[in-house]
Design a protein around this ligand. Structure first.
Ligand code: DC
Length: 220
């Protein structure tokens, strides 16, 4: 049986950084489910669909074939065969992913793909609904969060280092809005699974969080 570690939490909590490091240390694969929703969002943006056009999203999401592969341990997301890794990290795509991911057809497609991956491989999977919905039987479940200001500061630093000009208050406002959208949607809202361990990374280093989660895995 494969060993599954599920990490859920709000935007900017450090899920992907932590999950990637844990996967490397344990020799598991890292599955970034947000990237799959982002690839779908990119497709919808290219098709000029508005998040409010539910029926169009229902139909169009059937045309988007999203698959993932690995190169040197890095996850590559393919949208109809095209490697879109370099195109999905923008705020526009992130906001569209948050707005289009409540769609039941979009979720059904993504969840099936995620469950298939986790059934055949040891994975560290991060997202919003992994512990509650995608992998309810995961051996380790973590709900990783941090104060919204701390998350905004991390994002600000990341963008500034890339030379992108940005405003801290706007980033924090966006993060709070995205949290609200993800937590209040009808299907699979972001929430802590009953059996998940809460980790607040506001005052923790990356390595402290990694060690804490690996410790939980060791206990199983
Ligand atoms: O983690 P991220 O910022 O890449 O995710 C982008 C959006 O995708 C997020 O706002 C909500 C959605 N998402 C989701 O609904 N379920 C997941 N398992 C992962 C992401």
């Amino acid at each position: 049986m494969s060993f599954n570690i599920a990490i859920d939490g709000p935007a900017g909590a450090g899920k992907s950084t932590i999950a990637r490091k844990i996967a490397k240390k344990l020799g598991y694969i890292y599955v970034d489910t947000g990237a799959m929703y982002r690839a779908m969002a990119l497709y919808l943006i290219r098709e000029r669909i508005d998040p409010s056009e539910t029926e169009k999203i229902d139909a169009k999401c059937e045309e988007a074939d999203i698959t993932i592969g690995y190169e040197n341990g890095e996850q590559i997301v393919y949208l109809n065969g095209e490697n879109v890794n370099g195109l999905i990290r923008t705020e526009e795509v992130g906001n569209m992913a948050s707005a289009s991911s409540p769609n039941p057809n979009v979720r059904k497609k993504m969840v099936e793909l995620q469950q298939k991956l986790a059934a055949s491989r040891d994975v560290v999977m991060d997202g919003r609904d992994i512990g509650t919905c995608v992998l309810p039987d995961a051996q380790v479940k973590v709900y990783l969060t941090a104060d919204s200001r701390v998350r905004a500061e991390r994002r600000y630093k990341e963008l500034s280092e890339k030379g992108v000009s940005c405003d801290l208050d706007t980033i924090e406002k966006d993060i709070i809005e995205r949290d609200h959208q993800d937590m209040t949607r009808e299907i699979s809202p972001l929430m802590q699974a009953e059996d998940a361990v809460l980790v607040d990374s506001s005052c923790m280093t990356i390595d402290e969080v990694v060690d804490a989660v690996i410790g939980l895995a060791g206990d199983r």
